[in-house]
Structure formats: C-alpha cells, structure tokens
Design a binder for this molecule. Structure first.
Ligand SMILES: Nc1nc2c(ncn2[C@@H]2O[C@H](COP(=O)(O)OP(=O)(O)OP(=O)(O)O)[C@@H](O)[C@H]2O)c(=O)[nH]1
Length: 240
C-alpha cells in the first residue's frame, strides 16, 4: 500500500532525473499552475545557469530542424554555426522578453501634482508573430494623464518596458493590452492610451505577400475612454 497517494497533476509535472532543462522548467510552471504561453514571461521559474543549458538544448534541436530540411551543416560553412546562432537569437535577443526579468524602473512621486497629458513615442517595436515566428516591426505611442497620486517613471523606461513586452512571440492585439497593463500597474494614472501600428512580415514576406497592409490598434483606459476631447487631443498630437 502506498503511504500517500500522488495527485496525477503532481505526477505529470514532476520531471524525471534525466529530464532536459526545458522539461524541468515546464514542470515547475505546471506545478505552480502558471501559464507559459508564447508571450508570457517565465524568468521567475529559471534557476541560475539554466539559460545557458536552455540555449544548448535549443541549438541541439535546431540542428535537428536543419537536418530535417536536408541542409548539410557539416560541409556548408554558412550553416555550420546556424543552430547556435538561432538559439542565441531566440533566447537572448528576439524572445528575451520571455526569459529576462522586467527592467528596473525607478518611480518618482508626482510631487508637483502634474495632471497634464504626456505623450511618449514613437517607440520602435520589434516583435514576432506567434503563428509563423515572423517579425512584427512597428511603432508605439503612449499617452499618460497622471493623477496627484501617480508614480512618474523616466522616459527611457517606457522604451525599456515596451521592448521587454514586445520581445516575445505574440499577436498585436494582446501585445498592446499587455503593455497597457504593465504601464497602468506601475504609474497608476487617471488615464492611459497605447496606440500601436506595425508591419507583419508573415503577410509581407510569405502568405498573401501584401506589402502595403499594416495593423493599427489602440487601448484606451480611464480618462481617455470617458473624455472624448482628451482622446482627440492625444490622437491628433501623435498624427503629427
Ligand atoms: N489577429 C492577428 N492575426 C495575426 C497577427 N499576426 C499574424 N496574424 C495572422 O495569423 C493568421 C494565422 O493563420 P493560419 O491560417 O493559421 O496560417 P496560414 O495558413 O499560414 O495563413 P496565411 O498567412 O494566410 O498563409 C494569419 O492570417 C496571419 O496573418 C496579429 O498580430 N494579429
């Protein structure tokens, strides 16, 4: 008779001793019941040194992808190091927003009780779609209407936070909402607006091959929703 029964979820999420590093990380996320979609940050579930091991694991699997594509990486000098390059690009560059902790953002109290519209942008966006992992390149504008109780953050931090959120595979509709949530939590403004316009290379480079179309979307919160004049002022200023 077993001394205690093991819940099937627990058993499923427990890695075997020879589990790969990605399996160990996934087991921790599953045990904590934490979502790990393509656009989620999982930095809190990585242990010291695991990013290096994860890079090695991705490189090894990438080698398998090239093999399956019938590319002779042993004799083609251009592709010999491609698996490692791609692994490094995914983990340390284009999807770094999944694996790195949020940037440090110093917040200052709004001592002058500023309550005028601020606009930051255009902030360059580099992201990727979660369907084809093709680039999404675009621009973001942020409008903030602070309240007396708001925290103010440095200008560069808008770009850092935007880059952190965008450096993940995702869809644009979710990206703008995630960015708005992040800014709202940190600034506690009376109103927040985020507008993004971007080119999707899954539409330009492949698929429909429509080079002209882009996507624009916006998130309006608080005063930007309730005050049409404020919304108009923001939208007319970013059009300049
Ligand atoms: N809504 C939305 N769709 C996106 C975004 N990025 C890419 N897509 C679309 O996601 C869809 C994926 O569609 P699928 O039919 O599964 O993939 P597919 O057969 O390769 O589609 P095609 O691109 O039409 O060749 C495509 O229509 C893409 O254009 C985004 O940010 N938001």
């Amino acid at each position: 008779m077993p001394v205690h029964s093991v819940d099937t979820t627990e058993r499923r999420s427990r890695p075997t001793p020879d589990a790969s590093v990605s399996e160990r990380i996934r087991a921790r996320l599953t045990a904590a019941n934490v979502r790990f979609n393509a656009n989620d940050n999982i930095a809190a579930f990585l242990n010291e040194g695991e990013l290096d091991a994860l890079r090695d694991e991705v490189a090894e699997l990438m080698q398998g992808v090239l093999r399956a594509l019938v590319i002779d990486t042993s004799r083609d000098h251009n592709t010999t190091d491609t698996p490692r390059r791609v692994a490094k690009m995914f983990i340390d560059e284009v999807f770094a927003g999944r694996y790195q902790a949020a940037p440090d953002v110093t917040a200052f109290p709004n001592v002058s009780r500023l309550n005028e519209l601020m606009i930051i942008g255009p902030i360059t966006v580099r992201s990727a779609c979660s369907h084809h992992l093709c680039p999404i390149m675009g621009r973001v504008w942020v409008g903030v209407l602070p309240s007396a109780e708001s925290e103010l953050i440095g200008l560069s931090k808008y770009t850092r936070l935007c880059d952190w959120i965008m450096s993940r595979p995702q869809i644009q509709e979710e990206a703008v909402v995630m960015l708005a949530n992040e800014l709202e939590t940190r600034i506690h403004p009376d109103g927040l607006a985020v507008v993004m316009e971007a080119d999707h290379f899954c539409m330009h480079w492949r698929g429909v091959k429509d080079n002209q179309s882009m996507m624009a979307n916006s998130v309006m919160r608080g005063a930007f929703l309730s005050n049409a004049d404020l919304r108009r002022e923001f939208l007319s200023l970013i059009k300049r």
